[in-house]
Design a protein around this ligand. Sequence first.
Ligand code: NAP
Ligand code: MG
Length: 402
Amino acid sequence: MEKIKMTTPLVEMDGDEMTRILWKLIKDELILPFVDLKTEYYDLGLEYRNETNDQVTADSAEATKKYGVAVKCATITPNAARMTEYDLKQMWKSPNGTIRAMLDGTVFRAPIIVKGIEPYVSNWTKPITIARHAYGDVYKASEMKIPAAGKAELVYTNEAGEETRELIHEFDGPGILQGMHNLNGSIESFARSCFNYALDTAQNLWFATKDTISKKYDHTFKDIFAEIFEAEYKEKFEAAGIEYFYTLIDDAVARVMRSEGGYIWACKNYDGDVMSDMVATAFGSLSMMTSVLVSPQGYFEYEAAHGTVQRHYYKYLKGEETSTNPIATIFAWTGAMRKRGELDQLPELQKFADKLEKACIDTIENGEMTGDLYLISTLENKKKLNTEEFIQAIRKTLESNM
Ligand code: NAP
Ligand code: MG
């Protein structure tokens, strides 16, 4: 069989620990035998980030701007323990944070649904994709403990030195205080990323805030989304047969619980933090959650939502058997290949991505799975495979489906 041709390289961002092991296995067993793979390789493994003073992370983000599509392996975000473990020059920042800041992007997370792994909410038969605004609000807030009676005000001083004040509260005893902000530019980028991703995946977009109570702060989010939608996306949405729907956050939560899924739920920073954990847990497993960073210009970076699976890696290093789930990392590759195929008009590459995803799902639905899924699967005839066996099982399904 002739291998599928590519014209533009994918930006390949390699990573750390067990996911780095999976990365190579996935390429060797599931991609390279079928695709004449073109990538521009960046090693985001912690050792090389340290060696290059993290320049490689910035370079990989620049390459994503140049080519438009990247696929990323999970990477270590250094903490004190990693400083010693890897003898680091500095506590380098999270690569995901660096890339997100450089692309000004929003992260969309969606579960991969398979028979046998049943969501706790039984009517959720389609994936719910959460888009979390990743800037500001309570995550960049200033706080104070108020020790005793006194007056608290918001003060804004413009560049000419003129002040605008707003009373927060006249304290008659001790209390607490918080000041937070956001930026119109960041909200606009968030809105465009959401509208682009809704068009890209042909799904409805929901957005909700507490604008009835927060008449300036939350209302600005609502207004910016509405203005950008009217001016730039309304007609495109109509042509694609999808909807943009705004409601109050309380109403959104109630509707989400009653829904069957199949839409994108855009959330302010805090709502997204909380709701993404709820949605991920309700769908069954972090190892079955995909993640894609979408920039307002329409650059895409695909990855798994989980980390480097450190505990499994240490077992692997000791020569012990592991059963690590590669599905989310495989779906990062298929997402990136499908997008590349779409942009470069390579239907064969798009079809291959579909087939590889189907092979993953068929394999699990036939009862072959890794330990994490084995624990929660409701299938009667299920079998736990180790990391290598499971990837081989997917390869076998893929070859027989072809
Ligand atoms: P993790 O790698 O997501 O793993 C946490 C636990 O979840 C694992 O120990 C394992 O449970 C289970 N798990 C996660 N993915 C799995 C998979 N594919 N197959 C089977 N089980 C899976 O989180 P962590 O251990 O807290 O973090 C490890 C490193 O990853 C950290 O250095 C962190 O900085 C980094 N991280 C990176 C990213 C990213 O690059 N996007 C995201 C999060 C964390 P059991 O041990 O019970 O089997
Ligand atoms: Mg959280």
